[in-house]
Each structure stands twice: as C-alpha cells, then as structure tokens.
Design a protein around this ligand. Structure first.
Ligand code: PLP
Length: 281
C-alpha cells in the first residue's frame, strides 16, 4: 500500500506527519473524495477545481498546479492498480508552532490515499431512513474543510436512531445531509437548497441537476423549511460515495414515510448511464 505524500508516491510505512501539523490542531485544511469506476476517474476536473476553490477560501495557496496534481493522481491510481474505489485527498496548512495565527509561510502538506468501496447494500433500491436534526455547523459549509465536527456528531446521532443519514435544518431552511446533499420531489419537480454558504455544492448534486435538465425535469434551487419534508412524495440524497440513494422515511424532528418513486429511479438510471459513458469516453 502506497500513499500520495506531497509530490511523491511513498509506502505507507514511510509516511510521517508532524504532530505540529495545523490540520491536527485546528482542522486547518481542505479535502476531496474522487471516485474511480473501472479504472477511470469520474468528474475529476470539478473535484480538483473545488479543492483549489476551498483552499483559496481559507487563504491557502497550493504548491502545485491543477495539471500537476491531476498527473500525480493518475500516477498514484496506476501504482495502486485502483479499478473501483475512491481517492481521498487532503491538504493541510502544514507544520507550525501551535498558534491560531497562520503566517502564510507554512508549507501545505498533501496526503492522498485509497478508500475502498463499501460493501454493496440494498440502500439504492429500498432507500434509507433519515434523521432530521438541527444544523449546528458553521456558516461556511461551502468550503470542503476537514473540520467536520458538526457533521460527525450528526452522523452519530442518526446512526443511534437507526438512520442512515442525518438531514440538517436551520431556522428557515433544510440545508443538506451530514455527508450528502438532499433533493425532494413534489409534483414532478425537484427541490434542493441553493448552492450558497449553507451547503457544500456537491459534484453529484451538480450532475443530478444537469441530468434533470436533460430529462426535462424542473429543478427549483430555493430554501424550504423543514415542515416541507412531511409532505414530500420522494426524497433522495446524493454524494460521490452513495451516488443517488432514496430516502424512504424521515425520523427525528420531522416524521414521514415516502415512496422510492419513479423520478428517483429515473435519475438513478441516468446517473448510471453517465458513469458508463465516462468510462467508455
Ligand atoms: N454535503 C456534504 C456535507 C458532504 O460531506 C458531501 C460529500 O461528502 C456532499 C454534500 C456531497 O458532495 P459530493 O457529491 O461532491 O461528494
């Protein structure tokens, strides 16, 4: 097993990260998860663009060009002979004496490693239960920061209530899942939170919106309050790892039962075709 460490591919046993890394003290860093299907990266460019945008938003400049990083990722994927799985990539601000104040002199540390696919479940056909709970995260959820305590706590809470995901809401709007974006279906229209500072603009979310447009499905990107969840016809969550996963029920602060409906299935089908098309491209 090898890892990608800065500009090199190194054996796992050679990786040593300083205890002074600001990622460790402050969660001072950003990350991405990119999927590989049948040996090919899926939507690599938007993931790399988002990584650079996240870094830019936290005032961190990356030591490599996007092209250089993409070449390193290709080389790493080949070295690991990765056919199906994901690559986790994080960049922290690097080593420094512990001090909230960063100096812009730090050298960012890039670390990449393979995340194997999780064993398949029936979630994509039967759906999952989702636990509706307050969104207690900060106000820059658009940055894909490694500082994920709010998400981590919500995920645990959902699991403790036998749910597969937490659905988060603020005073006037349902935002997203703890590790996914949320879509509702009502009267043939898709509803999802707009891509502002309250959510991470998922790459899968963007793919789903593009596919919906291609299929002639209306998409409304507007905030909606949590009460709306109670009368959704269909709902699904999206992410790089879980693709399009239906929600069969809401629990917690809103309770509802939904069907795994035709629009969700249609988009799942279109997404699978999109993945296959990229593979053969
Ligand atoms: N929202 C949050 C909070 C996430 O952590 C993730 C991914 O892990 C997503 C949305 C979905 O993003 P993507 O589709 O780019 O994986």
């Amino acid at each position: 097993n090898h890892l990608l460490l800065n500009d090199s591919i190194v054996p796992e046993s050679d990786v040593a990260i300083s205890y002074k890394d600001r990622g460790y003290h402050f969660g001072d860093g950003v990350y991405e998860v990119v999927r590989v299907y049948e040996g090919a990266f899926f939507t690599l460019d938007p993931h790399i663009d988002r990584l650079y945008e996240s870094a830019n938003q936290i005032d961190m400049s990356l030591p490599f060009s996007k092209e250089h990083l993409k070449a390193n990722l290709e080389a790493y994927k080949t070295k690991e002979q990765l056919e199906n799985g994901s690559i986790y990539l994080q960049i922290t601000r690097g080593e420094a004496e512990r001090n909230h104040l960063y100096t812009r002199e730090e050298e960012p540390v890039l670390l990449g490693f393979v995340l194997p696919d999780r064993p398949p479940t029936d979630a994509s056909t039967v759906g999952i239960a989702a636990y509706v709970t307050a969104d207690v995260r900060w106000l820059r959820c658009d940055i894909k920061s490694i500082n994920l305590l709010g998400n981590v706590m919500a995920k645990r809470k959902a699991t403790d209530h036998d749910c597969g995901e937490a659905i988060l809401y603020r005073e006037t709007a349902v935002t997203e899942g703890s590790t996914s974006n949320l879509f509702l279906v009502n009267n043939g229209t898709l509803y999802t939170h707009p891509a502002d500072n309250y959510i991470l603009n998922g790459i899968t979310r963007r793919e789903v919106i593009a596919l919906a447009h291609e299929l002639g499905i209306d998409v409304v990107e507007e905030p909606f309050p949590k009460e709306v969840l109670a009368h959704a016809e269909e709902a699904f969550i999206t992410s790089t790892s879980i693709e399009i996963t239906p929600v069969h029920s809401f629990k917690g602060d809103v309770e509802a039962t939904l069907k795994v409906g035709p629009l969700t299935k249609k988009l799942q089908q279109a997404f699978t075709e999109r993945v296959q098309k990229t593979r053969s491209a």
